[in-house]
Design a protein around this ligand. Structure first.
Ligand code: NAD
Length: 508
């Protein structure tokens, strides 16, 4: 992770974003931001201290209660959120190019991914327009109804792999619901979020609604998630980060949405076209250089097609063009950091020492060794058994394993034998099996004959150690409210519990 240092003054220096103003407080440490394509410093950010977090939370609290946001009519706010979607759309090219520079994903990927953002804001604005409360039939002469109230200040902690998409998945319902937020972007990839903050400020988002504190997870992040002024935590990141942050937020009884790690199983049956299965395997495993929470990291393949699948996937992986993410022909960019690259290379050694067969990759590409970037070859291990570490632990790089199975029951058993439960996928032409397995797989998301597909309306999230609650769709919008229940007595009859006759009255 970036090490705190004094600013060098050689690259742009970005400050804190609190109350509608960018500030660079005196005496703060800074963090160097590198581009993974060549390892060069592209910016410095402030390493925010606890007092900065206090200021950001206080700003978000003021905005939440204030007339410019908290008391703004819902319809007016919804129209403003819709305009934020338009503002994102006007800046898409700039945003996806900056995303590529900062996280190393090829522009083909960042362009495809960020093109979803404008509708994310419009969708949530529409939900705000269409928001309804409920009248609840109750016993007796009463009118019972709900008032869904925004929860308040949201701490939004985002990861490096989809910096803008994931932060926005939460910013959109935060704004549409009337909440306010303090965002702590990944210490590796804060730049697009900072740019988004400027775009939203210029589009008329009132000061204090959207604040950013930059810094490390263990310091700035921990100060934010444990802050008593935070009413809801949304964190996307590794399972251990989620466990620590979730525990801290729980001390203040904050609501939580945690989107954490995974080890996605992919069940491949012999009734499915094998070449298409291999194409999906490469798509599932290697986009984002394998740094996606749902990347296809365990291929569980029917034994009748196992050897052919392994040979074809190895050939496909070897053919993927790795290189500079700004080059038009590049199909896979670098991983985020030297640390992450070393972690993947360590898992290559672990796989070999466990007796698995390396059939593709496993090294730094020879032609990219001197670029300064953090490149790796797409890596495939075969002859893997379910107990091996490479079949159980999240690697988070261009690294996938292939295991054989003999029966459907065995395939499901292997798939579900994991602490994770984020996503699962299957490849079959048998429609009854597809539905049976969609039900049986322990995961928050299941893909039948596809991978990575999501939608602004599609609920997203995991079970088991992959997290709690959902992002996207109606579910996510609803998580930004608490329900106030109102009971109105419609009867004019007098009520006196302490009457002298002591009749059997209804008490509650
Ligand atoms: P990470 O856990 O290292 O960091 C994520 C964020 O949490 C960063 O902003 C970090 O600074 C912050 N953080 C870390 N410890 C913290 C603490 N104690 N308190 C507060 N904040 C803290 O994860 P990463 O390396 O950026 O991202 C990769 C991980 O994210 C993988 O495990 C991946 O599976 C997961 N992920 C999950 C989803 C999902 O939808 N479930 C999506 C993307 C990534």
């Amino acid at each position: 992770m970036p090490s705190p240092e004094k600013t060098t003054g050689q690259a742009p220096y970005r400050g804190l974003f609190i109350d509608g103003v960018e500030t660079s407080p005196e005496g703060r440490e800074t963090l160097a931001i590198l581009s993974p394509r060549d390892g060069k410093i592209i910016a410095h950010t402030v390493h925010a201290e606890a007092s900065d977090v206090d200021a950001a939370v206080a700003s978000a609290q003021r905005a939440f209660k204030g007339s410019d946001w908290g008391k703004m009519p819902d319809r007016t706010r919804a129209k403003l959120v819709y305009k934020l979607g338009d503002a994102v759309e006007q800046h898409l090219t700039e945003l996806y190019e900056l995303e590529t520079l900062n996280n190393g994903r090829p522009t083909r990927e960042t362009r495809a991914q960020l093109s979803k953002l404008p509708d994310m804001f419009r969708y949530n604005a529409s939900l705000a327009m269409a928001k309804r409360d409920a009248v609840i039939p109750v016993e007796g002469d009463y009118l019972a109804y709900t008032l869904r109230k925004p929860v308040g200040v949201v701490a939004n902690i985002s990861p490096f792999n989809h910096p803008l998409l994931i932060a926005s998945r939460n910013l959109a319902p935060t704004f549409a619901s009337g909440c306010t937020t303090v965002v702590k972007p990944s210490e590796y990839t804060p730049l697009t979020l900072i740019r988004l903050w400027e775009i939203f400020r210029d589009a008329g988002l009132p000061p204090g609604v959207f604040n950013i504190v930059t810094g490390l997870g263990a310091t700035t992040g921990a100060a934010l998630v444990g802050h008593p002024g935070v009413n809801k935590l949304v964190l996307t990141g590794g399972t251990e980060s989620g466990r620590a942050a979730g525990a801290a937020a729980a001390r203040n009884f904050a609501h939580q949405t945690l989107e954490l790690g995974g080890k996605t199983p992919v069940l491949v049956f012999d009734d499915f076209d094998i070449d298409q299965a291999v194409d999906y395997a490469a798509f599932g495993a290697f986009i984002g250089a394998g740094q996606t929470c749902v990347c296809a990291s365990r291929h569980i393949v029917q034994r009748s097609i196992y050897d052919e699948f392994v040979a074809k996937l190895a050939a496909k992986a070897k053919g993927i063009r790795v290189g500079d993410p700004f080059e038009k022909n590049t199909q896979m960019g670098p991983v985020i950091s030297e640390l992450q690259r070393q972690r993947v290379l360590d898992f290559v050694k672990i796989g070999q020492s466990e007796g698995a067969r390396l059939v593709a990759g496993g090294a730094v590409p020879a032609n990219l060794k001197d670029t300064g970037g953090f490149y790796l070859e797409p890596t495939v291990f075969a002859d893997v058994t379910p107990q091996m570490r490479i079949a159980r632990e999240e690697v988070f790089g261009p690294f996938t394993v292939v295991l054989p199975f003999d029966s459907e029951e065995e395939a499901v058993r292997i798939a579900n034998d994991s602490p994770y439960g984020l996503a699962a996928a299957l490849r079959t032409k048998d429609v009854t099996r597809a539905h049976r397995l969609a039900d049986a797989l322990e995961a928050g998301v299941v893909w039948v004959n596809d991978h990575h597909r999501a939608d602004i309306a599609f609920p997203w999230g995991g079970v088991k150690d992959s997290g709690v609650a959902r992002e996207g769709g109606l579910e996510s919008f609803d998580y930004y409210f608490h329900t106030k229940a109102v009971m109105v007595n419609k009867s004019a009859d007098r009520f006196d519990w302490f009457e002298t006759e002591m009749r059997d009255l209804r008490m509650n």
